[in-house]
Design a protein around this ligand. Structure first.
Ligand code: SF4
Length: 709
């Protein structure tokens, strides 16, 4: 068992969705060391700068929340209390609010960094026992457009490929992503593959010349928001050249004729002009896709975080369906998950519109099934508030209390000034976190200290559907507790003792596995024990397969038989209109602001920001601006500029570079307030538009002005 040696465990990096394996050793007296786990199939021993330094985030406890704190009004400081005092009062307040305003007046805002067990108990509590669907997660800001895209095309939220497909592909279309910085270990595999096989083609679609784009054979530097115009035009070029797979379409997909009509409406030259690239580049991209034996698309926030994020996903997956390049080795769409357990959160249905095991909240049969399984209250048919809606509901009084777990919305949500209004107006705010560095802590009525990675047993699912067990190695500092335990104790205080009578997280996980029986994501063959024995497996992992084959390690690749999860088992090709619906540019706000990550920081820096080695790369926020846009405004390199929108402003250093397309600016998403007059909180500026179907915000397109300060 990997737990047998208590001083050393195999675990998984808790930053991005790549989910690299680590070996963590406890040398006593607070000293830990960490190395890549060569036996982990996702990463084969490799780690990026963030993963290599992950152990420092638990070794340095200087910022850790050590005991519960509470206050009776916001003018008072938070004061130390016992766990019982904090949870008793919170249960009393929740009960009183629910009695007076109904269950939809409370909600949980959680995180793609929560474990599967944490997600499971919170989801069960709010939907099955409190009687509201008000649980949403920062994964809403991340993968929800991809989820809808997969469901509408493949019939299920299901990543068809695995990482081993990388070495079997020969054309990569990387769009709206900078994996060289944000998913480094996946990118190392692409780089190594290209080095060994120089014929391999990499196409990168990005308004910035990122490190990933600088390695591309073809960099399509499009104007933000024109992604669908581009992918539709590539589709047209594939059709014009008869580079489509008619046999696959006839046998396994619906919707081609409508798709063809749609993409033929715009000429390639017209599309090229809209995107700000050349027709030749579009034809070349189509050729690279056609000539590939293995064609993988990879995408992340540049596609998902958009007011037309679902359409961008549909038009991209269309390219696989019209060429039949899916379900075979080295072929398929591959959404790169941002967070380490965003996929696990979806598995348990931990979002406002979902139920466990990818069941659909709007399906009455699914609601009844889950209600019978949990034995709780009737599950409401009203979808809960999504991430941005929750803070709007707090601001206008529809919601009164919010419980925030493992996320820092005061830096990460769009339009922070509106988020702040929501938190200020809330009657009761609970913040459950590991660190006092979270900007959201200061808005809390109760702060609950949580255990961190390596301080609790938990399970994560990474980008390739790979489920890994993360064992506890060290004790949490002070009185900090396992998040699952905190929620279970609270549920008991709310009067739901019987349904939350878990002795440990293994029992929670076992219940989650049972809830998946008979679904497309059946993992009924799994348990903590199996995960410890096998190290990791890929879902689905049904019990009958596990019994039949002792060596079974799950399902590497989906749709190898071209049978999709739709009702008629055929994939659906979508005709997608290409108009962007983002905020309009104006004379006052003529530039497009796009946002993203930098190499060595993670989210709002509560963890990476305290690791010295990671601050050496880029330590200050900045705005990238094109030389022509800078010259027009009299902006010089490193000058402090003011970036303005109708929502708010930021003041930061200008970085003048031809790496960004003219008319576009870029700011990293991570930073909060820096000094009194200099602050780079990007989400002061971003807008609150969301995709109508995925409810994912339009982070990558805000109308701004940039002027010398
Ligand atoms: Fe961690 Fe992601 Fe880096 Fe792997 S690639 S070490 S999971 S941050």
């Amino acid at each position: 068992s990997i737990l047998s040696n208590k001083k050393q465990v195999k675990s998984t990096c808790s930053y991005c969705g790549v989910g690299c394996g680590v070996v963590l050793t406890d040398h006593g007296k607070g000293k830990l060391t960490l190395e890549g786990d060569k036996s982990h199939p996702s990463s084969k021993g490799m780690l990026c700068s963030k993963g290599m330094n992950l152990h420092y985030t638990v070794m340095d406890t200087s910022d850790r929340l050590l005991y519960p704190t509470m206050r009776y009004n916001r003018d008072m400081p938070l004061q130390r209390v016992s766990w019982d005092q904090a949870l008793d009062r919170t249960a009393a307040v929740f009960k009183a609010i629910i009695k007076k305003y109904g269950p939809d007046a409370v909600g949980f805002y959680v995180s793609g960094q929560c474990s599967t067990e944490e997600y499971y108990v919170i989801n069960k509590l709010i939907k099955g026992f409190i009687g509201s669907n008000n649980i949403d997660t920062n994964s809403r800001l991340c993968m929800s457009s991809a989820v809808v895209g997969y469901k509408l095309t493949l019939g299920e939220d299901s990543v068809p490929v695995c990482y081993d497909d990388i070495e079997l592909a020969d054309t990569f279309l990387v769009t709206g992503a900078n994996p060289a910085w944000a998913h480094p270990i996946i990118w190392r595999r692409v780089e190594a593959h290209k080095q060994a096989n120089p014929h391999i083609k990499i196409i990168v679609v990005d308004p910035r010349r990122t490190q990933t784009a600088s390695q591309a054979d073809l960099h399509l530097q499009i104007t933000p928001g024109t992604d669908v115009t581009l992918t539709n035009a590539i589709g047209r070029a594939l059709i014009e050249n008869d580079w489509i797979d008619t046999d696959f379409i006839v046998s396994h997909a619906d919707g081609f004729e409508a798709y063809k009509d749609q993409v033929m409406q715009r000429s390639i030259s017209e599309a090229a002009e809209i995107c700000g690239i050349s027709s030749d580049e579009i034809y070349l991209a189509a050729r690279y896709i056609h000539e590939a034996k293995g064609f993988m698309s990879m995408w992340t926030m540049g596609v998902n975080q958009s007011v037309i994020g679902v359409n961008k996903n549909l038009s991209l997956i269309d390219l696989h369906l019209i060429t039949g390049k899916i379900g075979e080795e080295g072929n398929g769409p591959f959404s790169l998950t941002g967070q380490p357990n965003a996929m696990g959160g979806r598995e348990v249905g931990g979002l406002a519109n979902m139920l466990p095991a990818h069941r659909d909240l709007l399906n009455p049969a699914h609601r009844e099934e889950v209600q019978a399984f949990w034995g709780g209250t009737k599950i409401s048919d009203k979808p809960g508030f999504t991430a941005t809606e929750m803070f709007e509901a707090l601001a206008d009084g529809r919601m009164k209390a919010i419980w925030i777990v493992c996320t820092n919305p005061m830096v990460s949500l769009p339009n922070i000034n509106a988020v702040e209004k929501g938190l200020q107006n809330a009657k009761y705010v609970v913040v459950q976190d590991i660190s006092n560095r979270s900007d959201t802590v200061k808005y809390a009525d109760v702060v609950l200290p949580a255990a961190s990675w390596a301080e609790k047993n938990s399970v994560f699912t990474n980008s390739e559907r790979r489920i890994t067990f993360l064992p506890k190695l060290i004790n949490a500092p002070g009185e900090a507790k396992d998040d699952t335990q905190i929620i279970v104790e609270f549920a008991q205080k709310m009067g739901f003792e019987k349904a939350f009578d878990y002795q440990n997280t293994a029992e929670v996980y076992a219940e989650h596995c049972r809830s998946t029986v008979g679904t497309n994501i059946d993992i009924s063959g799994l348990s903590y024990e199996v995960l410890q024995q096998k190290r990791s497996v890929q879902w689905p992992y049904p019990q009958e397969m596990a019994i039949q084959d002792p060596e079974y390690i799950g399902t590497k690749r989906l749709f190898t038989d071209n049978q999709f999860y739709t009702a008629n088992r055929r994939a659906k090709i979508h005709a997608v209109p290409d108009q962007n619906q983002s905020e309009a540019l104006s004379k006052e706000f003529p530039l497009i602001l796009t946002t993203g990550r930098i190499r060595d920081q993670w989210h709002t820096m509560t963890k990476t920001g305290k690791v010295n080695k990671l601050n050496q790369h880029i330590s200050q926020p900045f705005i990238e601006i094109h030389p022509k846009d800078a010259a027009e405004r009299g902006i010089t390199e490193n000058q402090i500029v003011e970036v303005k929108t109708i929502r708010g402003e930021a003041r930061i250093k200008a970085k003048i570079t031809t790496d960004i397309k003219q008319g576009v600016c870029f700011m990293p998403m991570h930073f909060g307030k820096i000094q009194e007059k200099t602050f780079g909180r990007t989400n002061n500026l971003t807008n609150t538009l969301v995709d109508p179907r995925s409810k994912e915000p339009d982070f990558k397109y805000s109308a701004v002005q940039v002027l010398p300060y």
